[in-house]
Design a protein. Sequence first.
Length: 279
Amino acid sequence: MASVAQSSTQAVSTGDVNSDANVFQLIQTHQENSARLPPAEEIRTVLDQSTHGMLSTFSQKHGGYPSGSMVDFACDADGSPIVAVSNWAVHAKDLIANPKCSLLVAKDPEDRTDLVITLHGDSIPVSEKDVTAVRTAYLAKHPDAFRVDFGDFQFMRIEPKAVQYLSGVATTLLGSGEFSKEEYRTAKVDPIAQFSKPVASHMNRDHAEDTRLIVQHSTSIPVDSAYMLDVDSLGFNVKAVYQGNTYKLRIPFPRRAEERKDVKTLVVEMLQAAKSQIK
């Protein structure tokens, strides 16, 4: 994956894109001026939209050595991950003995160059009075998780202590860092991100060529294809192909989208601008 990843929506200066050096220069210039969410807000949003991660616990069977388990989760309103665990599971026994744990979440599990987040915290059994609300939130993300109603299952909340993030090549301009519990919890989940999947799915299924034209106009690179990955209030991310190389690119909106209908308005506006430049 070749990628370079804050507000301008104008296309960068058109230049000779026949060399890799010129392509990367065009991309870097464009990406450095592409609006994106503040880091804390972006991290909070990614975790809110994620559903799977690697839970690390202190192994009781193996003398406290770290033990990893793939788990499903859903974040509550405060951003705390909720996991449903069986009392028979090894990681459940580990958490009962020692509540300290971490949850590692990859924004794109298929791409090691993309963003990786690690949330450190303490696991706490969800109280009886909160079970109904937590169950509803969990099933909203995992509608087929009928097992949560089995007698040996319980919900556990991971109370964040610190959140670290490491951006790979695909999100290099996001940087790397750490947030305290307070910084993480006060960050807001982007309101448009909840519509990301249906919007991206629609664009990829019905308007792939339109997306390509928008990306080409925005970056000044005649990409061969562009696949929309996700959307937020300031823009969207794509996986674009140019001369056999794949790039993850940030494409900014002309202005912030306040609600879902604004996304359509902005995309249509960007497409019209792109088509007006075609000769």
